[in-house]
Design a protein around this ligand. Structure first.
Ligand SMILES: NC(=O)c1ccc[n+]([C@@H]2O[C@H](COP(=O)([O-])OP(=O)(O)OC[C@H]3O[C@@H](n4cnc5c(N)ncnc54)[C@H](OP(=O)(O)O)[C@@H]3O)[C@@H](O)[C@H]2O)c1
Length: 141
């Protein structure tokens, strides 16, 4: 039996066609996940579009296998600290990629905490070149 059959269960997901703002909406179970208690509804709203965009870019476009079974790829993530980029960094690490991210100086620690292997401050001369500090060639950006 599905966990979603419980009345009042909090979920996150996407509504296929219409009804995003309505009181009641029908969503496909496969496009819905249980909302963890520590994630508020407001925080959760940002997840589906940004995370699915990150997923599509990495899996469908770059060809990363999220179970880590593919070849190790070098991925450049510009604006890596943003709402889209921070999902890209985490999913790319899940897929065993070597991740080079760009962000502002105030987010370098945050980037490293997400697992980025190399971080470029986009305001520095080195950052504006978008070159990997270790000389890696990018497989995807
Ligand atoms: N969010 C989505 O669901 C989504 C979906 C599809 C496409 N997009 C597109 O993805 C892009 C980023 O969107 P977002 O929602 O992630 O934006 P965001 O949350 O506002 O993040 C903006 C990012 O840009 C960085 N940044 C600011 N100035 C920069 C500069 N001069 N050079 C390089 N990076 C700079 C910021 O770094 P610091 O904060 O570290 O300074 C931050 O990481 C946009 O083009 C957006 O249209 C977003």
């Amino acid at each position: 039996m599905s966990v979603f059959s419980e009345k009042g269960f909090s979920v996150l997901g996407t509504v296929a066609k219409r009804g995003w703002l309505s009181e009641y909406a029908i969503a496909k179970e496969r496009l819905t996940i249980a909302r963890p208690e520590e994630v508020s509804a407001i925080e959760g709203i940002g997840l589906p579009i940004a995370a699915l965009t990150a997923h599509k870019a990495l899996v469908d476009v770059a060809g990363i296998k999220l179970d880590g079974s593919g070849p190790r790829m070098n991925i450049l993530v510009t604006a890596a600290s943003g709402s889209l980029g921070h999902y890209v960094v985490q999913l790319a690490k899940l897929g065993n990629a070597h991740v080079i991210g760009t962000c502002g100086a105030h987010n370098i620690k945050f980037m490293k905490s997400l697992g980025a292997d190399e971080v470029l401050d986009y305001k520095t001369p080195q950052g504006t070149t978008l070159k990997s500090p270790s000389g890696k060639k990018y497989d995807a950006a």
